[in-house]
Structures are given as structure tokens and as C-alpha cells.
Design a protein around this ligand. Structure first.
Ligand code: ADP
Ligand code: ADP
Length: 227
């Protein structure tokens, strides 16, 4: 189980010129790994995350997610797989400003057709898991940046996905709040969740056990800490 990419390419057409955002990426991520993806701007990190997250499809190559070939899925099946297996965390939190913390967290359950009582219960539990049970009824603008990102993490968790993908999750945070957010990812990982993180910051990547460096659409370095 886990993630297995074989010779993935992604070509964007810029007028008459093809641009290879990914130029043959082969990569295995086992279940329960904590992996950081690093690389300069334009190296292909977002493209790789979009493909890993089933938000986009590769131009060629194979992507097996828990043994299932992603490229053979219909768009509806792809969306279903994404909602079931993957939780997303973004740099700018992407919370709805007029909704309380608990309603933001419950939103994925609305889409999943879960009843209102069960939604409230599960959203409250997810907020408790990130230490925000006392801020459930606050609006995003009544929370600090670090607290907003923790709400966003609770929202990513509420469907109980096996994989959490975070794109620059500390990019909008000060060092202390950023470290608190990374400690939450670490504890989620120690409970068995796969964490895939994109970051520019070596101090943040240091929370991951494995660091993959991307350059010009290729993996140029892949190191694992053994501890
Ligand atoms: P990173 O996230 O590392 O900054 P991206 O994955 O965003 O890199 O981009 C990789 C390369 O692909 C860049 O050259 C970028 O300009 C190009 N690219 C990304 N998305 C598109 C797109 N939708 N259309 C055209 N080119 C794109
Ligand atoms: P990041 O800050 O994560 O590296 P980018 O600024 O590279 O993101 O890209 C932001 C979005 O724009 C991404 O979804 C990417 O696919 C798209 N994009 C990047 N480069 C291009 C491009 N040259 N043409 C069209 N879309 C692009």
C-alpha cells in the first residue's frame, strides 16, 4: 500500500512550446512516512503535489495509490478517492471567513452527506485533536495565524484520511506558530498517518524523516534519516 509513481511526466503547452513540469519522476512513499519535498521555485513541486493529491493527472506514467491505478479512474472516481484518502492543508489556510471554526471543520462532512449531529461530534473531536476545543465558535479573524492553521488541519483530518498533504503550511506563520503546527504534523505521523509536505525552509523540512529535492522536474536527492 502507499504511493508508487513510475516515470511520471507532466507537460504543459505554452503556445507552441511544451514545458516539462515533471520529467520522469519515479517515487515510492510507504504508508506512515513523513516526507518533505523541497526545491527552488519552478522546479515542479506544486505539479508533483497536485498529481500526488489526485487534483491533476500526469501526461504519462503510472500512479498507484494503495494499489489502484489513478490514471484509469474517471473524474468522479478520482474526486471520490481524493475525498476519502487525502486531507489538504494550504499556506493561506483557506477557511471560510463567515463560518465558525467548528463549521469550517465540519464542511467536508457536509459534502460527504454526514448528518448534522454526527458532523458536530466529529468536528469537535478534530478540533480537540489540535488543541482548539476552547475556540470552536470563534470566527477565523478572531484566531491567530497558528490557530487558523490548526483549524485547517482539523478540517483536513475530519474525514480520517490516511494521507495529509501540506503545501507550505508554515509559510504565513511566525517561527513559534510554525513550529507548533509542525509538532501537530509530527504527532499525526506518529499515529500512523502519511504526511507529505512542501516547504522552502530547511528548518521545517527537518521535521520530516525523509527529504526529497526536486529540480527541473526531476528528483535530484532523496535522503532518509534513520532514528
Ligand atoms: P514549483 O511549485 O516548484 O514552483 P510548479 O510545479 O508550479 O513549480 O511549476 C513547474 C514548471 O511548470 C514551471 O516552469 C511552471 O512555470 C510550469 N507550470 C506549472 N503550471 C503550469 C501551467 N498550468 N501552465 C503552464 N506551465 C505551468
Ligand atoms: P508556488 O508558489 O506553489 O510555487 P506557483 O506560483 O509556481 O506556485 O504557481 C501557482 C499556480 O499557478 C499553480 O497552480 C501552478 O500550476 C500555476 N502556474 C505556475 N506557473 C504557471 C505558468 N507559467 N502558466 C500558467 N500557470 C502556471
Amino acid at each position: 500500500m502507499g504511493i508508487e509513481l513510475s516515470d511520471i511526466t507532466k507537460i504543459y503547452q505554452m503556445g507552441d512550446t511544451p514545458v516539462a513540469a515533471l520529467a520522469g519522476v519515479t517515487l515510492k512513499i510507504r504508508e506512515g512516512e513523513f516526507t518533505a519535498i523541497m526545491g527552488p521555485s519552478g522546479s515542479g513541486k506544486s505539479t508533483l503535489m497536485n498529481i500526488l493529491g489526485c487534483l491533476d493527472r500526469p501526461t504519462s506514467g503510472s500512479y498507484l495509490l494503495d494499489g489502484q491505478e489513478v490514471s484509469s479512474l474517471t473524474d468522479d472516481e478520482l474526486a471520490l478517492t481524493r475525498n476519502k484518502k487525502i486531507g489538504f492543508v494550504f499556506q493561506n489556510f483557506n477557511l471560510l471567513p463567515r463560518m465558525s471554526a467548528i463549521d469550517n471543520v465540519a464542511l467536508p462532512l457536509v459534502y460527504a452527506g454526514v448528518g448534522v449531529k454526527e458532523r458536530q461530534k466529529r468536528a469537535a473531536a478534530a478540533l480537540a485533536a489540535v488543541g482548539l476545543e476552547h475556540r470552536m465558535n470563534h470566527l477565523p479573524n478572531e484566531l491567530s495565524g497558528g490557530q487558523r492553521q490548526r483549524v485547517a488541519i482539523a478540517r483536513a483530518l475530519v474525514n480520517e484520511p490516511s494521507i495529509i498533504m501540506a503545501d507550505e503550511p508554515t509559510g504565513a506563520l511566525d517561527t513559534k506558530s510554525g513550529n507548533e503546527v509542525m509538532e501537530i504534523f509530527q504527532s499525526l505521523n506518529s499515529c500512523g498517518r502519511t504526511i507529505i509536505l512542501v516547504t522552502h525552509e530547511p528548518d521545517i523540512a527537518a521535521y520530516a524523516r525523509r527529504v526529497i529535492h526536486v529540480r527541473d522536474g526531476r528528483i535530484v536527492r532523496d535522503t532518509e534519516r534513520d532514528d
